[in-house]
Design a protein around this ligand. Structure first.
Ligand code: GLU
Length: 479
C-alpha cells in the first residue's frame, strides 16, 4: 500500500528535536512505500502564530534531507498548504454539519462558560460542555463560534503503535469547530485536510490520542473514511521524568546544525529514538532507514533524549564521511567551523589538518578549539607544562635540555615525513632514556599548548619543520 502521510506543524516557534521526529517517521513510511509525503502548515491559531517560524520549519526539513511531494514551495494538487488560506473549504464542510443538525452556533459568552466550568470543578464532576448546550441556538453567522453536536457513545479503534483502544461516551464533547475569528480549530481543520489530501496514515504525537474519540465522531458525522492512526510516543527529558519541551532546554534543530552536528547523524539519532529494527545496528543511512522502517517496531513508551549518544553518533558520521567519501566531502561540511586563525590558511593545509584530526571530532565545532595551534603559534603557558602529570617530576633544567636535544636532532632530519619523524622520536627516546609519556608530552605541549593533539609524528609533520623547531626553541628559551 502506498502510504500518504503528512507533517503538519504549527508555526508557533522554532522546531525542536522533541517534535521533528513527527516529520521523520511519516517521511520514512511514505518513501518506503513509494507513497507521498505532504507538508501542511497549521497556522490557524493566530494568537500563537510566530512570524518567520514557517521558514525555520522549511529550513530544518531541508537540512535533514526530508523533501516533500506536496506543500509550501513545491505546491501540489491539494493546495493551498497553509490552513489560513483554506478557510472557505472548512466552512463548506462545517455547513454540511449544520445542515445535518450536527453543528450549532454558540452565543454563550466566555464568562458564562467559565462559570459552568467552575460549577463542575466545585462539584468535582468532569466539565462537559454538552451538558450546558444552549437549548435554542441562533442560526450560525460569521462571528459566532460553531460547535459540533456530540452524540456520545463507546468507541473502539486500533492505533498502530498503542494497540487496541476503547473509550466511553465521557470522552466526547461539543467541541468548537469554527472559532469566533472565523478560523477553524485544529480539531476540525486537520480532519478536513487529511481527508481532502488523501492522507492514509495520521502520524502525530501521542498527545492527540485522548482526543481521538472526538475525531472519530467527526469522521462519522462527515461521512469520511478513517485513516490509520499512528501515535508517536513522547521524547522524554534525559532523566525520563517528563516530555522534552522547550522549557527543558530542548534546542532547535538548527542550533544543532550550528553546533556542528551533521544532518545524517541527527536523522539517524532521531529515527532510532523510539524505533529499532530489532538488530544491533546503530548507524543507518537515510536509505537504510527508508528500507528498514516499520510501524510495528515503534516503541509505545517514551524514549529518553540522550545527548551523549547523539554526539557519539555524530563522531561516527564524521569518520564515515571521511573514510567513505574522502577528505573533500568532509571538508565541504566544515565551512564556518574553523578557528579565526585558519582564515588565511590554504584549503590544502586545512584539509591536511582535517585528515589527522577528524577521528577525534565529536562535532564540527570542535575544530575551533582543537586546531587553533595549527594556524598560529600558541601562547606559551609554562604552568601547563610544569604541572603536567608526566612532566611534574622533571626539573626545569631537565625540561630545557630535553627540548634542546630534540631541536638539534630534528634539525638534522632531511625528509620531514611521518615515518622519518617517528624513527627520530624513537631514537630520541633511547638516547635520552625518557619514557614516551614524558618526552612526547613535552614535545606535544610545547608545539600546541592544547589538551589534545593527533599522533605526535602526524602533528609535527603537518606543522612543518620550521614551525616545529621555532616553537620548541621558544619554549626552551622561556623556561
Ligand atoms: N499542528 C499540530 C501540531 O503542531 C499537528 C498535529 C498533527 O500532526 O496532526 O502539534
Amino acid at each position: 500500500m502506498k502510504a500518504i502521510t503528512r507533517f503538519a506543524p504549527s508555526p508557533t516557534g522554532y522546531i525542536h528535536i522533541g517534535n521533528v521526529r513527527s516529520a521523520i517517521y511519516p517521511y520514512l513510511l511514505a518513501r518506503q512505500t513509494n507513497g507521498k509525503f505532504i507538508l501542511r502548515i497549521e497556522d490557524t491559531d493566530r494568537e500563537r502564530f510566530v512570524e518567520g517560524a514557517t521558514d525555520l520549519i522549511l529550513d530544518t526539513l531541508k537540512w535533514l534531507g526530508i523533501d516533500w511531494n506536496e506543500g509550501p514551495i513545491v505546491g501540489g494538487t491539494h493546495g493551498p498548504y497553509f490552513q489560513s488560506e483554506r478557510k472557505e473549504l472548512y466552512l463548506e464542510w462545517a455547513k454540511k454539519l449544520i445542515a445535518s443538525g450536527r453543528a450549532y452556533a454558540d452565543p454563550t459568552p466566555k464568562e458564562q462558560i467559565d462559570a459552568y466550568r467552575n460549577e463542575c470543578n466545585s462539584k468535582k464532576v468532569p466539565f462537559l460542555y454538552r451538558n450546558f448546550r444552549p437549548t435554542n441556538p441562533p442560526a450560525w453567522q460569521p462571528g459566532l463560534p460553531l460547535r459540533f453536536k456530540a452524540e456520545p457513545k463507546d468507541y473502539s479503534w486500533h492505533d498502530e503503535v498503542m494497540g487496541d483502544m476503547h473509550a466511553g461516551p465521557e470522552t466526547q464533547d461539543d467541541i468548537i469547530i469554527i472559532k469566533q475569528d472565523g478560523f477553524p480549530t485544529y480539531n476540525f481543520a486537520h480532519i478536513v485536510d487529511d481527508a481532502e489530501m488523501g492522507v492514509t496514515h495520521v502520524m502525530r504525537g501521542v498527545e492527540y490520542l485522548s482526543s481521538t474519540p472526538n475525531y472519530l465522531a467527526l469522521y462519522e458525522a462527515l461521512g469520511l473514511q478513517m485513516p490509520y492512526f499512528v501515535s508517536l510516543p513522547h521524547i522524554l527529558t534525559p532523566t525520563g521524568n517528563k516530555k522534552l519541551g522547550k522549557r527543558d532546554g530542548a534546542k532547535s534543530v538548527t542550533e544543532y546544525r550550528d553546533d556542528g552536528i551533521l544532518p545524517e547523524a541527527m536523522l539517524n539519532y532521531l529515527a532510532c529514538l523510539g524505533w529499532n529494527d530489532g538488530s544491533e545496528q546503530e548507524i543507518y543511512t537515510k536509505d537504510e532507514l527508508i528500507s528498514k522502517f516499520s510501524l510495528d517496531r515503534i516503541q509505545s513508551s517514551g524514549a529518553r533524549y540522550d545527548e551523549t549518544k547523539l554526539l557519539w553518533l555524530n563522531g561516527q558520521w564524521i569518520r564515515r564521511l571521511f573514510t567513505e567519501q574522502g577528505v573533500d566531502t568532509l571538508y565541504d561540511r566544515t565551512v564556518g567551523f574553523w578557528p579565526d586563525s585558519a582564515a588565511s590558511a590554504s584549503p590544502e593545509y586545512q584539509k591536511q589538518v582535517l585528515s589527522i584530526i577528524y577521528d577525534r571530532l565529536k562535532t564540527l565545532s570542535d575544530l575551533k578549539t582543537m586546531t587553533d595551534y595549527f594556524f598560529r603559534d600558541p601562547e606559551i603557558n609554562l604552568d601547563l607544562l610544569i604541572n603536567n602529570k608526566f612532566l611534574k617530576k622533571l626539573s626545569e633544567a631537565e625540561l630545557e635540555s630535553l627540548l634542546k636535544v630534540t631541536v638539534s636532532k630534528l634539525s638534522t632530519l632531511n625528509s620531514w615525513d611521518a615515518d622519518s619523524l617517528q624513527n627520530t622520536l624513537n631514537q630520541l627516546l633511547s638516547e635520552t632514556g625518557k619514557k614516551p609519556a614524558e618526552l612526547f608530552s613535552l614535545i606535544r605541549l610545547s608545539v600546541s599548548f592544547a589538551p589534545f593533539s593527533p599522533a605526535l609524528n602526524l602533528t609535527l609533520e603537518t606543522l612543518g619543520k620550521e614551525s616545529t623547531i621555532f616553537r620548541l626553541n621558544a619554549v626552551a628559551r622561556a623556561i
